[in-house]
Design a protein around this ligand. Structure first.
Ligand code: 3SL
Ligand code: MG
Length: 242
């Protein structure tokens, strides 16, 4: 078994068609998607541009659609929900189709391309997504969204958390150098993720916008069982059987 971590989707250098991919954007897109799916939304459709979202919503017509996402961390004018996971309550999203566009997270989903299975991972569902990935392939790729095309520490720590869950379940694995780095960082930082992330770029940007509560929310580990799975461009809850 192999576990690779990519710092961004742009760093993917090999064919992932036989891989189970886990897309990670801790702050905040994959945490938002995990929350929305856990809280009963029907599906999430990731789109790259704001205009694509509005067009998709029109095409879906009769569906109960919500326009969701952010630009520069804030609600997009005319959209229903921003990219704060705290807005994605059961009351807000249950039974709804969410058309979502974010700066890095939804683009990472769209850039990852063909793979055997594609899941959304976060600290919230780290163990559940590790189990889902393991059930699909011996080759696992964790694709971080990053920030502005660059490595983001929150995503790397979460990759380490997912790798640690996989190793707990299966024993030692073949890790690429970034997987080893992610695991070592997670092992030394996991006692206090919030403090460990202080000073990192996106953490501080969100904090300066007043989103400290969102950050604390996104750093909770294994509090959700839902695993979002993306099939043909639509994200739904993975049916894990009885
Ligand atoms: O880049 C993204 O996809 C977002 O998650 C960024 S933010 O946390 O909403 O600013
Ligand atoms: Mg991010």
């Amino acid at each position: 078994m192999s576990i690779d971590v990519y710092a961004t989707a742009g760093a993917i250098e090999k064919d992932l068609r036989n891989h189970a991919c886990v897309i990670v954007d801790v702050l905040r897109a994959s945490s938002v998607i995990t929350t929305a799916i856990e809280h009963g939304c029907k599906s999430v459709i990731p789109v790259a541009e704001v205009e694509d979202a509005a067009m998709m919503a029109r095409q879906l017509g009769g569906e109960r659609v919500l326009l969701c996402g952010e630009r520069q961390g804030l609600l997009i004018p005319g959209f229903n929900l921003s990219n704060s996971p705290l807005e994605y309550t059961q009351e807000a999203v249950s039974g709804r189709v969410l058309v979502m566009s974010t700066t890095n997270g939804t683009r990472a989903i769209l850039r990852t391309g063909s793979c055997k299975a594609m899941f959304m991972g976060s600290f919230l569902n780290a163990k559940a997504v590790a189990e889902a990935a393991l059930s699909q392939s011996d080759s696992i790729a964790i694709v971080c969204a990053g920030t502005g095309g660059r490595y983001s520490l929150d995503d790397i720590l979460c990759s380490g958390a997912i790798i640690s869950r996989i190793i707990d379940m299966t024993g030692k694995q073949a890790l690429c150098d970034l997987s080893r780095t992610a695991l070592a960082l997670y092992d030394s930082y996991s006692e206090d993720l919030f403090t460990s992330l202080q000073g990192s770029q996106h953490f501080e940007r969100l904090r300066s916008l007043g989103f400290e509560e969102d950050i604390r929310y996104c750093l909770q580990e294994d509090v959700m069982q839902a695993v979002p799975v993306c099939v043909n461009g639509v994200i739904r809850k993975l049916d894990r059987g009885a």
